[in-house]
Design a protein around this ligand. Structure first.
Ligand code: AFP
Length: 334
């Protein structure tokens, strides 16, 4: 393995294919990845450095913040705000968008991120991750909220880092999906999963079954049929997985197929959906579609939605094409 393709080499070779590229994007991506390496180190060391447990505060979503939610948010902001590549940022952990301090130059990109997705798993040592989405922005201006609220189809780049048994980066810039494994010995991400594709067929679904009584009829119908197995309409048995870390469930689907559902539910009328469109659903939808899968609310393609707010929530059905199409059909039937 002397001819490892590092992430740096991969990005530079991709940039060569874009004559108009100025290298700014390449530098921005390197800064994002450096932040994720720092996060990987904190997550891996955990209680050795006292970063587990709750911070005793709530985020804008009214969710109890873990210490690592705040630490990882600060790593992302402090690793990116000085680079001169950004016009602004948005984070799951802050209500308002993040402006670039006046003493730093502004650039032509926006980065939106969930610094630690799945953080309710961190204290029980299950996989968590960082999700990021990069949008182009008018250069040299103070971005307006509307600059941030671009459709997912306008993303320049989307990626996530999964802090699991391996630290894995999954990245798309609109030319397919590639996976990289962090080589801890040299501190570089190495291309290990080129051209990732989601199998069109699957017998594995991911959903939080404890919410079943709150689902809409099309989702009830789909899951019931999966549970009926060989004796039922589907004439095959299904398996279920639910990590409760979006990044981990999506990575599994990218590697062996599957369908993930976090549907609308009527538990809390104020929060009919769980996942946030700007820094969870949109980046994952971009990645999954680039890998040959589909991502829908059940009623519309996620990437076509015009967002109305930075923290807007949407129902998500994503993964193997044939299963997502079936679920969409069940919504149409209803
Ligand atoms: P946390 O970051 O609060 O743990 O939420 C994770 C998440 O947004 C997503 O990663 C999971 O798929 C989903 O929530 C899990 O939701 P449930 O806890 O309701 O199963």
């Amino acid at each position: 393995m002397t001819n490892k393709v590092t992430l740096t080499r991969f990005i530079i070779e991709q940039q060569r294919g874009l004559p108009e590229a100025s290298g700014t994007f390449t530098l921005l991506l390197n800064n994002i990845i450096t932040a994720c390496k720092q996060i990987a180190n904190k997550v891996n060391r955990g209680q050795l450095i006292g970063v587990l447990g709750s911070a005793g505060s709530e985020n804008v979503q009214g969710e109890i913040q873990k210490k690592l939610d705040i630490i990882t948010h600060e790593i992302m902001v402090n690793q990116l705000n000085w680079t001169g590549h950004l016009a602004g940022m948005a984070s799951e952990e802050l209500d308002d968008v993040i402006t670039i301090p006046a003493n730093y130059p502004k650039g032509k990109y926006l980065v939106l991120f969930d610094p630690l997705d799945g953080s309710s798993n961190i204290d029980v040592n299950l996989a968590v991750g960082t999700i990021f989405s990069v949008l182009r922005c008018r250069e040299g201006i103070e971005p307006t909220l509307d600059d941030f609220l671009a459709k997912g189809s306008e993303q320049a780049c989307a990626g996530f880092v999964l802090y699991g048994p391996s630290t894995m980066l999954v990245l798309t810039t609109g030319k397919g999906v590639n996976g990289f494994t962090l080589d801890q010995d040299i501190g570089e991400f190495i291309l290990t999963h080129p051209n990732m594709r989601v199998p069109e067929e699957t017998s594995e679904f991911a959903i939080n079954m404890s919410n079943q009584r709150f689902w809409e009829p099309p989702v009830q119908r789909y899951i019931d049929e999966c549970l009926q197995g060989k004796e039922g309409l589907r004439e095959k048995d299904f398996n279920m997985r639910w990590v409760a870390s979006f990044v981990a469930d999506v990575y599994r689907i990218l590697t062996r197929g599957g369908v993930f559902l976090y549907p609308l539910d009527n538990r809390d009328p104020a929060k009919p959906a769980k996942l946030r469109i700007m820094y969870e659903a949109n980046p994952m939808a971009f990645i999954i579609e680039q890998a040959g899968g589909l991502c829908s609310t059940g009623r519309e393609r996620i990437l076509d939605i015009k967002p109305t707010g930075i923290h807007q929530r949407v129902p998500v059905v994503l993964g193997s094409k044939n299963e997502v199409e079936r679920i969409i059909r069940y919504h149409q039937d209803a």
